[in-house]
Design a protein around this ligand. Structure first.
Ligand code: RIB
Ligand code: CA
Length: 334
C-alpha cells in the first residue's frame, strides 16, 4: 500500500541550500506540499520569492508560493543591539569575479509563475488551521513568518505534526562567533517557536557541518542528468568556491544546511547522533545575541523542548539526495 503523504509547509529564504531543500521536498513525492512561505534572510524577501518561484517552475510543480515578512519582528528596533559585531559577509569579489554563497538569481530559467496575493503569515494560519491532517512545518530561514503566525494564533500548534527546523548551533557560530544565521537574524521568532509547545526537531550547524559535501558529490549530483541534480551540483560547487575564497573551508566539506533538515524529515537514518534537549535563545543583545543555548544539565527541572541533531551521515545524505534528485525534468530538456 502506498504510504500516505505528509502535509508540509516549507518556510525558506532561497538561497543556495534552501534551493536544494525545496528540490528534495518536492521531488521526494513523500509530502503533500501545501505551500512554500518565503522569508527575508539570505537576501531581501522579494529576491528569495523569485528564486523559489524559479525552482517551482523548473520542476513544473503546482505549489503556491507566499511572500512573507521583509525583516525581523523587533530586533532592529533596539539601536546598537549588535553594534560590536562585524557585518556577516556572504559574498566577495576577487580578480573581478563575484563569489557568493547565495546567488541573487538561480542559474536556471527565469520564473514565469507569480507569487500568491495572500501574505505568508495569513497562509500559515489558514492552512494549518484548516488542514484535515496535522501539518509538518520545515523552516529553513529566520523564523519570522512562523513565529508571527504562532504569536497571532498559538492554538495552531494543536494542528502541527512537528517542526523540523534548520537553525541554531551548540558552541558554534556563522553569523556571529556564537550564533547561527537563522537564529541570529530573528532571535525573538526563534524563541516563540522553541516555546510553542510543538514537537520540534532542530538541525543546527553541528549536524550540517558534520555532513558537508565535496566536489565529488557535486559531480555525482550533476551526473544524475536531471535539472534538479544539475542545479544542486552547481550550487554545491558555487558554495565550495565561495568558501575557498573566503577562507571558510574546513576538512568536513561544504554544509548544505537546509537540505539536511528535509532529509531528516524524510529519513531518520541521516542523523546518527541526536539528543532530547532544553533549548533557548539569547535575545538581550550584545556579542551573544541570537545564540542558541542548550541546557546540558539534567536535573529535576529538565524538560526537553526539542530533539537536537549533533551528527549527520554524509554518505546517507548523498544517497537520499541522489535517490530523489534523479527525478523530474532531464537536464537536456530545458
Ligand atoms: O546558517 C545556515 C542557514 O543560514 C541556512 O538556512 C542558510 O540558508 C543561511 O541562511
Ligand atoms: Ca536558509
Amino acid at each position: 500500500m502506498e504510504e500516505k503523504k505528509r502535509k508540509l509547509i516549507l518556510d525558506v529564504d532561497t538561497g543556495s541550500d534552501d534551493a536544494v531543500a525545496v528540490l528534495l521536498s518536492i521531488l521526494s513525492g513523500r509530502f503533500d506540499v501545501l505551500g512554500i512561505t518565503v522569508s527575508w534572510g539570505n537576501s531581501d524577501v522579494e529576491t528569495c520569492v523569485n528564486n523559489t518561484l524559479q525552482i517551482v517552475d523548473m520542476l513544473g510543480a503546482d505549489i503556491p508560493v507566499f511572500q512573507g515578512c521583509p525583516g525581523p519582528m523587533v530586533r532592529e528596533m533596539t539601536k546598537g543591539r549588535v553594534m560590536n559585531l562585524p557585518p556577516n559577509k556572504i559574498s566577495t569579489t576577487k580578480d573581478g569575479k563575484v563569489y557568493t554563497m547565495h546567488p541573487n538569481v538561480l542559474p536556471i530559467p527565469p520564473a514565469v509563475s507569480k507569487k500568491q496575493e495572500q501574505h505568508a503569515c495569513a497562509f500559515l494560519m489558514e492552512a494549518i488551521k484548516k488542514s484535515p491532517e496535522k501539518v509538518t512545518v520545515i523552516p529553513t530561514a529566520p523564523m519570522t513568518n512562523i513565529g508571527m503566525a504562532l504569536r497571532m494564533d498559538p492554538s495552531l500548534v494543536e494542528n502541527i505534526e512537528e517542526i523540523v527546523l534548520m537553525g541554531g548551533a551548540v558552541h558554534m557560530g556563522n553569523a556571529s562567533p556564537s550564533a547561527e544565521a537563522n537564529f541570529f537574524h530573528d532571535p525573538e521568532a526563534a524563541k516563540i517557536v522553541l516555546d510553542s509547545g510543538a514537537k520540534i526537531r532542530i538541525v543546527p550547524l553541528n549536524a550540517t557541518h558534520s555532513a558537508g559535501l565535496y566536489r565529488e558529490d557535486a559531480a555525482k549530483l550533476i551526473g544524475l542528468g536531471t535539472m534538479a541534480g544539475k542545479l544542486a551540483g552547481d550550487l554545491v560547487n558555487m558554495r565550495l568556491d565561495s568558501s575557498d575564497i573566503m577562507g571558510w573551508r574546513s576538512d568536513q566539506g561544504e554544509p548544505i544546511h537546509d537540505a539536511l533538515a528535509v532529509a531528516w524529515a524524510l529519513d531518520e537514518s541521516v542523523i546518527v547522533e541526536s539528543r532530547e534537549e532544553k533549548c533557548d535563545v539569547e535575545m538581550n543583545g550584545g556579542i551573544c545575541d541570537g545564540t542558541m543555548v542548550v541546557d546540558h544539565r539534567r536535573g529535576y527541572e529538565f524538560v526537553p523542548n526539542a530533539r537536537v541533531a549533533y551528527r549527520g551521515d554524509r554518505k546517507r545524505f548523498m544517497e537520499i539526495l541522489c535517490e530523489h534528485l534523479s527525478k523530474g525534468p532531464k537536464a537536456a530538456d530545458v
